[in-house]
Ligand binder design. Structure first.
Ligand SMILES: [Zn+2]
Ligand SMILES: [Zn+2]
Length: 360
């Protein structure tokens, strides 16, 4: 993995403070957001840079060791596979459902991600992927089962990185403390800065033999099959965050989160706007003139609609309820049906005669 210049990516100098990094990131994230026509790769790069520089401890490590200091992190996950196909399976358990938030706009505020939980430098990375669901699954909710490529805790060494049975020694770099000190020369004189030991990643131990399965990282790239519940009412672009279901952390560190952004396959019969559903129905001239009772198909089944006499083509009728269940409670949206009057062509002589006698 090439050593990336994260400062350059965010367009800041090495001397800026954390707030300035945040400001620069927000500005760039807005500018390059894929939803606003930005380049997804550039956006990912900006994100990656901020994941490191936005965190004081990670930034310090980066300053010292460059972007490879945590090379089991970021770039390893193959995001592209999900973009193309999405998940084919489907499945959510409400307990698994962390917080829901409207669109990625909120998410990339990042306040939730960067605060509190990032104290551990080896915490597993979050995984962001797209979950494609059917129109009706979004309306009614669904259980989905997904297969996810991610870093899993190694089952061979139980995550500690040592080949089972091998001897465990004290790390020679940090003498078991898990921390290293380096002397920094600044204009104020020499200062000592503390960082996590790069040799043992803070564990303080060295293993005489590294685990053969995970090469000592304690995690390996594998597949995780998981069930999840998509809540009724979720809409295009909204996301589901599953806490701790992202990449496993190095050597027992907490796992990252899994963030699934929802894409909804369009329906041929219905169109959804918010929690309301729209459809169209064709009636004949006689029904339009005289009125009638017709069956209208809604997502909840057939509903009888009374067409009043003298209904104009293009008239919309609201069927109360019968829309999408509101995600955060508060009932359902409505079903709105547009009536289109079909004007017949090529009438028989008899019909024509009858029609000509009618006074309109
Ligand atoms: Zn292992
Ligand atoms: Zn060490």
């Amino acid at each position: 993995m090439a050593n990336k210049d994260y400062y350059n990516i965010l367009g800041v100098s090495k001397s800026v403070n954390q707030d300035e990094i945040k400001t620069a990131f927000r500005k760039l994230a807005h500018q390059h957001h894929p939803d606003k026509g930005g380049d997804a790769d550039k956006f990912k790069e900006i994100n990656e840079a901020y994941q490191v520089l936005g965190n004081k401890e990670k930034r310090q490590q980066y300053d010292q060791f460059g972007s490879n200091f945590n090379n089991m992190g970021g770039g390893g996950f193959d995001f592209s596979g999900f973009q193309n196909g999405g998940f084919s399976g489907a499945n959510v358990n409400f307990e698994d459902l962390g917080d829901l938030f409207g669109g990625f706009g909120d998410m990339f505020g990042f306040s939730g991600r960067s605060s509190g939980r990032r104290e551990s430098p080896s915490r597993g990375d979050d995984i962001e992927a797209i979950l494609i669901i059917d129109f009706k699954e979004a309306v009614f909710g669904a259980e989905k089962e997904i297969l996810l490529d991610k870093y899993l805790k190694c089952d061979h060494c139980r995550g500690n990185g040592a080949e089972p049975g091998s001897k465990i020694n004290t790390c020679s770099t940090c003498k078991g403390s898990g921390r290293v000190f380096r002397v920094q020369r600044t204009i104020f004189g020499s200062m000592q800065a503390e960082a996590i030991c790069p040799n043992c990643q803070g564990e303080g131990k060295a293993y005489s033999q590294k685990c053969t399965k995970c090469k000592g990282h304690g995690i390996y790239k594998g597949q995780d099959k998981m069930k999840l519940k998509v809540p009724a009412g979720i809409d295009e672009g909204e996301a589901i965050r599953l806490s701790g279901r992202g990449n496993s952390g190095v050597k027992g560190a907490p796992a990252g989160d899994l963030i699934l952004r929802i894409r909804i396959k369009p329906s041929t019969e219905f169109k959804r706007v918010g929690y309301d559903i729209y459809s169209r129905i064709i009636i004949n001239v006689k029904q339009a003139i005289l009125g009638d009772k017709i069956d209208v198909k809604t997502v909840h089944g057939l509903v009888v609609l009374k067409i009043p006499e003298g209904t104009q083509s293009g008239t919309k009728f609201k069927i109360k309820g019968n829309g999408v269940t509101k995600l955060r409670g508060g009932g359902q949206g409505d079903h709105l049906v547009e009536v289109v009057v079909n004007i017949p062509k090529g009438l028989s002589k008899k019909d024509r005669k009858v029609l000509e006698e009618i006074k309109l």
